[in-house]
Write a protein that binds this ligand. Sequence first.
Ligand code: PGA
Length: 264
Amino acid sequence: MDAMKKSSTKNHQIFVANWKMYTSADEEIRIGSENYDNFIDLARNPNHEIILCPSFLSLHTLSNIFKETPVQLGAQDCSEHNKGAFTGQVSAKSLKAAGCSYCIIGHSERRQFNAENNQQISLKFQHLLDQGIAPIVCVGENETEYQEHRALQVLEDQLKEIFSLMRSSKYTLRDLPICIAYEPIWAIGTGNVAQPEHLNTVFAWLANQTKNIDPSINWKFLYGGSVKANNAAWLKEIEYLDGFLIGGASLDFQEFEKIVYCTN
Ligand code: PGA
């Protein structure tokens, strides 16, 4: 299914499973196949959007497995280039052909371990829009920046180029979701979830920043960083939040299901 179709429904929540490099491609395919009916049941609910982001290697197979179902596939990254001599990279066009409707870009692990900068991330963003793939742009401050109350300043910096691209009205987006995932680095994989007061400030800021860019843009705001079954209920109460980017907890279907249904 296309990212555009379901997102036109208001009040639905987006659950992105970021499987990172936690397991092998075979195992990812096994998780998808063994839970085929379960994932479809979750995604069939009109209030849920379920997006699986496995490694590149299993993306095509999983997208074939879930073809013609409401379960959607996303990639964990894409190249900042269109095509050419870029060994080891995967283009947005190939992702589209592999059945991707979403793609994570600018994840803090890529910023940290692959030295990605905001300019590269904005190029990736443009290639995704050109292909009609919904981008999930990850932003977030580190522990020191958080302690020094500089989170919004960091976000402003990380989103500057994306916002100016969106202001330029160069793209015909129709309903394509433009997702911003706020993932404080100190919350990723640590068990430390950002507190409601901080999240309210950040998401209100995001809503305010994006409000005036172009009212027709389908902005979606996600939170990521130690989302688990035991904190999903209160996190869902955060104003302006449209869903979650879930790492470690998303590989265990039972845990993932509990997050989606808020049962603990
Ligand atoms: P986590 O990861 O849920 O394991 O903290 C989230 C992410 O990095 O996207």
